[in-house]
Design a protein around this ligand. Sequence first.
Ligand code: FDA
Length: 402
Amino acid sequence: MESYDIAVIGAGAAGMMCAAVAGQRGRRVVLIDHAARLAEKIRISGGGRCNFTNLHAGPANFLSANPHFCRSALARYTPRDFLALLKSHRVTWHEKHRGQLFCDHSSEAVIDMLKAECDAGAVVWRRPVLVAAVRHTDGSGFSIDTSAGVIAARSLVIATGGLSIPKIGATDFAYRIAKQFGHKLIEMRPALVPLTFSEDRWAPFAALSGVSLPVELGAGPKRAEGVFLEDLLFTHRGLSGPGVLQISSYWSAGEPIRIDLLPGRDPAGELLGAKTTDRRQIGNLLAEWMPARLGHAWLDTNGVSAQARLAELSDKTLRRIGEAFSHWTLTPSGTEGYRKAEVTKGGVDTRELSSATMMSERVAGLYFIGEAVDVTGWLGGYNFQWAWASGVAAGQAAADFA
Ligand code: FDA
């Protein structure tokens, strides 16, 4: 039987970071993963360039039933720490939008860097290897039945991520292990995901597929509303784009979302004000404010001809059209699901984990890190920052514990 100080299951973002840190602290670490290709989610992330962190990452950018949990780990491993690591491996990067940092060339650079860091810590790789069962052996730690034999370890770190994109190896392993050891789960659901609408609700907009514009959107109860100023993208089945992915994390089934299609403007007031001076057709005027196809579809659904001149329309109609732009409220029928979701919201309840070490308060030596736990970041590099920070916290703590 192979024996180690620490076994890490899941060689993704959090697992590789954790294994590297613990290995470099002199612990004998084994890193186990079932996938044939290493760290596929890092590879495909950020359109192949990995949006590996966000300069502004802080607790306010994360959703959790226990909002303060992420504070300690994020404070102890910051975006600057990750940048220093990239620099030491000569990986170059650039900022794209609101603090989002991407590799200059390819996300492979991040994978290679983490692999080299694991090698520097003499981490033993076991992949692709299937894990059949995990047992807690009183006094001596954990025993892991794998397709490569039984592996014993004093500490066990679960870093198998969430449920999104099953076709590249996502499983419910972390949640099963959590339940096995008596941990509670916060209900899981797809997040950072496009929203869909029933066919008849979407019929007037389906032809707008591909249209994109900057909007203000919001979802969730007033107290904990997620509001973002971001791009919206129309699709055949519903709405996507960065803004919609952001609010999908705040949206609950059956609830409406709110969209201001013309943020910063008062379209009702402007339409009424232009009525006496502007001799144009309303469709032509709207084409100055938004993609012409959207303006026309909007007038259509409101029963107004795009050819009508402003002066021909009643004040009531102009006010109704204008206010509808500012206060578009619509209820999605669902989401595109884990097939398209970037992350899983919910997961292992953090109220039973130490926020300093990620260790279970139920089973000494058992850790949960990364996306598997109930900490969900916004779109824009936050989820990787959580993977790095929680990985470092557990790597240091497990090395001291083992
Ligand atoms: P991760 O998913 O990285 O790793 C889990 C590992 O566990 C995998 O290697 C898997 O094979 C393994 N595993 C699973 N089940 C197992 C089992 N039963 N036995 C053994 N091994 C098992 N975030 C961000 O900040 N910036 C970005 O640009 C993007 N872009 C992006 C694009 C797309 C398409 C997706 C789907 C996601 C993103 N994300 C992102 C989110 C980000 O990828 C994600 O939050 C992190 O990878 C989570 O890191 P973890 O290490 O927790 O899981």
